[in-house]
Design a protein. Sequence first.
Lengths: 394, 95
Amino acid sequence: MAQTYQDLLAAARTEVPELDVAELAKRLSGDVATVVVDVREQSEWDEGHVPGALHVPRGFLESRIAGVATPDQPVVLMCAGGNRSLLAARNLREMGYAHVESLAGGFTRWKQAGHEVVVPQTLTAQQRSRYSRHTLIPEVGEEGQLKLLGAKVLLIGAGGLGSPAAYYLAAAGVGTIGLVDDDVVDASNLQRQIIHTTDRVGMLKAESAKIAIEALNPDVRVNVHATRINRDNVLEILSGYDLIVDGADNFPTRYLLADASLMTRTPLVHASILRFEGHASVFLPYDGPCYRCVFPEPPPPDLAPSCGEAGVLGVLCGVMGNIQANEAIKVILGIGETLSGRLLVYDALGMTFTELKVRRDPDCPGCGPGAHLEFRDYDAWCAGVGRHLEAVQA
Amino acid sequence: MSTVRFPPVLRAAVGGAREISIPGATVADVLDALYAAHPEVQAQLVAQNGELHRFVNIYVNDEDVRLQGWLATPLAESDTLLILPAMAGGTSSSR
């Protein structure tokens, strides 16, 4: 005999015990172990749910229940009004879940009664589609993607390393990207600085990169810092960010950033490049070696040619800049093994990756216990001025 | 025989080689032999007081010799000795 919807509900009520919202609130505040499973659709869940509830949409309940509760556990099913959960509970009982109940009145009555509601931060429908290949990865998921969207990364240089790093971080949905660069796009940059274009030659690099990033991903807020970072502005600029990607082209800036990273406890993702060789590491302040544990002093200018003087393979910039993006994402998400404690040396000609162990130097002039951290005249220091005197004093 | 690997900035001083095999029981032995064959390397790595410059890092395999026996660090057959000064290169080099 055919049954109507009302018949089904009535039959379910004879089998499935219902509890009211006050009883559920009491159980959740006490120590009675109860698994609350919300069977509503994603969009309903996103608008708010009971604290501590788990979300398994009705359509997946039977296939996924084993992952959230065992048959001997007390389970409370809930939906918006109490009907979908009532019908769903019948199936769980058939599957052997003997202690399953349905929340009468569902989430609507819970909310009306003034009980606590969690409104999850969620991706929009467009974001779910855009980042679906990320959210499918268990280590990232929607939670990780939200972390990326909330992250603020400062890139020093929108050049060889900054171009690929900024592009991929933007594609990945890093929500705020700061670009520090006071230079303009030159035709000789385009062999490697892929974020710029021929028709933007002459434009500020940070502005040119902003155009590319905004065209790629409108979720990203781009802050242009069309200045050279120095000891007078570094702390103010850094205050808006939680991670530094160092793609600077000179030692004074690199040592400035190393010191500022320690002062502000901001993680620093390092890479440097020359010809066919790249270095990369991650410096987590006081939680691993710092730049000066590895390189306490810069080489003299004649042993430190720039890419402008010595050349650099364009593709090398892509490899190293993307390693930086990769490490930045891991630091933001707190997943995997970063390059902290390791210096990666990439030889593009031999196609070898060599890993060197780097350790915190107990006498480190940057992060050691006796270090006196203060900004200095980095240009003079890197040119060698006063370094002999310092060595004598030490 | 240890393999000594050179960074790009030192290759001109060793005739363009990326690596050279040099015999020696310690890091100091190998460096002395290297300096004898390529005096220009010594001029770049060693300060006037005879000590290695602080900006020069030397690794035996993957370990920094500063944290081992420094120049007395022993070398076994087929060890790799890597000379590694910091590199600055990154962005546009408009300076």
